[in-house]
Design a protein around this ligand. Sequence first.
Ligand SMILES: C[S@@+](CC[C@H](N)C(=O)[O-])C[C@H]1O[C@@H](n2cnc3c(N)ncnc32)[C@H](O)[C@@H]1O
Length: 235
Amino acid sequence: MRLELINKRLIACAEAVRGSQTDYACDIGTDHGYLAAYLVQQGISRRVWACDINPRPLGFAEKTIAEYGLGDSVTAVLSNGLDAFPQPPAEGSFAVICAGMGGELIADIISRCGWADKAVLILQPMTKADVLRGWLYDNGYSITAETACEDGSFVYSVMTAVKRPPEYECGERYLSAGFVTAETDDGRKYLAMRSARLRKAGEGMLSSSDEEKRAEGRRLTALAERLKKESEGIL
Ligand SMILES: C[S@@+](CC[C@H](N)C(=O)[O-])C[C@H]1O[C@@H](n2cnc3c(N)ncnc32)[C@H](O)[C@@H]1O
């Protein structure tokens, strides 16, 4: 894989897979298959099943696999989520990667997989990260690691999760920013970005004639202030 083909966001996902110390991976929504190819090229995964629901992107993945001569270690599979795999495709430890999709779709894909509780989940939502964190909590999955990654004009969160009762509260800080901290530049940027979004939503509600909406606006702006302070290293 030529490094210019793989962006910072996918490298952050690959590093999360490395951290999972798993043997194999299923890359759901693989599209061009760059992440799948990178994982085997870097020796992070022994073998990867590169899955997509649509034949066209799967064709791109097949092209990538052929171009880099990875046919023995990367297999392209037409599949809605993990529906093509009633069981894990090999014996050993597994990472299931869902990157570049909305948080609700990721939650739906995980909920339909009968063996997700035995895998390490690497999740990178493009939207609705809060919905995904809430779903993980409600369904007995713990986030064991979460990092932020700035790529282009956006800052993404990459979560590692396993089926284990969470030993933390499902509070508003958890839902809005998970376990991202201000320890890294990208973490600070993620917190600042989340703060700005919450402030915008909250401020829009403060002038409402409905007291419940105003209360929600106060809650959101207070949370925005907390995340801003965290991003500035004040909290
Ligand atoms: C925006 S691309 C993300 C590609 C890559 N994972 C990334 O992060 O750059 C989303 C891909 O997910 C695929 N997809 C959408 N829903 C899916 C599903 N239910 N199961 C498998 N693939 C799906 C789409 O066809 C598309 O190729």
